[in-house]
Design a protein around this ligand. Structure first.
Ligand code: ZN
Length: 126
């Protein structure tokens, strides 16, 4: 229960390092060794990172961002007079595949940075 209070790491730099897909502690080692496969320990500072599980927070973030991106593009197309079903198919379907793939690593890294800064890991529950 007191885990929230004992954490002394500032969240903002850790989240920023995570968004850059780097270790939230040192900012030098990589957070992922494949696309979004999390490393167990940082290669530079040996910080254990495997216990920070993002769970369903990651799809929540990605879907929230995507709803705003797709909504903005649809609104712009309607307001500019280019809104037709075929244009939607050619623009929005590729956009809704490419954008999530682009933001997934940074989103996961940012969440891991937040979890690391606050000390919200699976290890402390045991
Ligand atoms: Zn590190």
């Amino acid at each position: 229960m007191s885990n929230d209070l004992q954490s002394s790491n500032p969240a903002r730099p850790s989240i920023w390092r995570g968004i850059k897909c780097q270790c939230p502690r040192c900012g030098k080692g990589w957070l992922f060794h494949h696309y979004i496969e999390q490393v167990d320990n940082c290669a530079v500072c040996n910080e254990p990172l495997a216990a920070y599980k993002v769970g369903l927070f990651l799809p929540l973030i990605v879907i929230t961002v995507m709803v705003h991106v797709i909504g903005f593009v649809m609104l712009e197309m309607e307001l500019s007079g280019h809104g037709s079903p075929l244009i939607y198919l050619y623009v929005l379907v590729p956009l809704s595949v490419v954008v999530p793939l682009m933001i997934l690593p940074s989103s996961k890294g940012g969440i891991i940075g937040l979890l690391w800064a606050k000390g919200w890991s699976d290890e402390q529950e045991r």
